[in-house]
Design a protein around this ligand. Structure first.
Ligand SMILES: [Fe+2]
Length: 262
């Protein structure tokens, strides 16, 4: 069975082609578009399909889209829909209308896969118009996909798997147990308790681009001293059972001057 995996809801769209449990091909769309992060801003109501990556995978493997048996998408529209309610209660920063637009886009994923307006004539040899939209399309929990990509490539038969992300549909950090061909969720922390968001906030605070330049902050870490350790302790509280809570009001209201003077 040939499975095409697509990741494109957030930045850095990418694809993978797996055949009978073997990873055959994987690529990020930015290798083709030359755009850092892979894609330009896409309205929430449109699902971005990384056609260039899909085409290059099919071409590399000597396949056509008709050889694909199933498509897996790394974001679950129903979980997203359920979680959208939290933007009405202020627990999520995104406006409710944007959440619903995103849900609408996800509902139309299969239509987007037709590629009527996006597919170039030069792609039709391996990727004819409409050839993907007739395939079974399954959307998975975003963090389960992160966990699977780490666990199934690790070679371990059993392992704890820790996903620390900005956000998935509802969670930000999730702990799993990988046991042969099963992945079981053990614990999760929901948005807004997101260590990824904190990392992005710090990235922006330093004058870089959030969701893009976090690796620069990671690189700078090697040159840093623990001067602001106390400041960070005001942002996160944690207990000895591994639970943490972000005091978001403390970091979103944090001003650069108060850091410099401290
Ligand atoms: Fe993610």
């Amino acid at each position: 069975m040939n499975i095409l995996g697509i990741n494109s809801f957030f930045e850095h769209p990418s694809i993978a082609i797996v055949s009978n449990g073997q990873l055959l091909f994987a690529i990020e769309e930015e290798r083709h578009t030359g755009i850092k992060g892979g894609k330009r801003y896409t309205p929430y109501s449109n699902v971005y399909i990384p056609f260039k990556s899909i085409y290059s995978g099919l071409e590399y493997l000597g396949m056509t889209a008709y050889d694909i048996d199933m498509i897996g998408y790394s974001y679950n529209k129903w979980l997203h829909c359920l979680d959208s309610i939290r933007s009405l209660t202020g627990q999520k920063k995104t406006p409710f209308i944007d959440e619903i637009s995103a849900f609408w886009g996800l509902l139309n994923s299969k239509r987007a896969l037709t590629g009527r307006y996006d597919l170039l004539c030069s792609m039709r040899e391996h990727l004819p118009i409409g050839s993907l939209s007739s395939k079974p399309f399954i959307s998975f929990n975003h963090h389960l996909c992160h966990a699977a990509s780490a666990f199934y490539c690790s070679g371990f038969e059993e392992s704890l798997i820790l996903v620390v992300d900005g956000s998935g549909e509802d969670s930000s950090t999730q702990l799993y147990l990988g046991d042969n061909n099963k992945i079981i969720s053990l614990k999760k922390f929901n948005i807004p308790n997101s260590l990824g968001y904190l990392y992005s906030f710090i990235t922006k605070f330093l004058g870089f681009n959030a969701y893009m330049d976090e690796y620069k902050v990671m690189g700078l870490l090697a040159y840093g001293k623990a001067k602001y350790e106390q400041k960070f302790r005001e942002f996160i509280v944690y207990d000895d059972k591994g639970n943490y809570k972000l005091l978001k009001q403390n970091f979103f209201k944090s001003k650069r001057d108060t850091w410099i003077s401290s």
